[in-house]
Ligand binder design. Sequence first.
Ligand code: ADP
Length: 171
Amino acid sequence: MKERIKIVEGDITEQEVDAIVNAANTSLLGGGGVDGAIHRAAGPELLEETRKIGGCPTGETRVSKGYRLPARWVIHTVGPVWAGGHKNEENLLANCYKNSLRAAVEHGVKTIAFPSISTGVYRFPLERATEIALTETKKFIETNENPDKVVFVCFGEKALNTYREVFERIY
Ligand code: ADP
């Protein structure tokens, strides 16, 4: 199982994978952070499509094309805003990973890249978010052939070290 996971430091918009996951907001109309970077790199056609999709509830996913990105698909998922831990945030974040992986299977995706959902503006504690990301992905790939490769793209050294530590503990 271990060899199907890759942890890298970098920019998710540059990943040569079949699908990248966007940490979007419920409007799907773009925003800051990774969402803004993905919209800038994909070009204005992405916003045209997500505007038509019309929004996405927290924990769910919607799929669009990748346009000018190297990735063919963008799987938009909406992470929970951290509100102290008693608002179902952990389950909602787990749903983001589960539903994104399911959507990947439905679209024939063999390689997928995730950002660290909810750990930016949405303030989810990084270590706990990383445990959820890696645990949900492990459970999923143990029972599914696809995606064959899951890349976790860490934006900065702090995230990279956290992902590496949690990976050694969990896998
Ligand atoms: P959220 O609103 O879900 O917290 P953010 O975009 O604010 O989303 O942050 C999510 C994570 O994405 C953060 O860890 C942030 O450092 C990271 N991030 C920001 N830009 C990029 C990028 N271009 N590639 C990968 N990760 C990124």
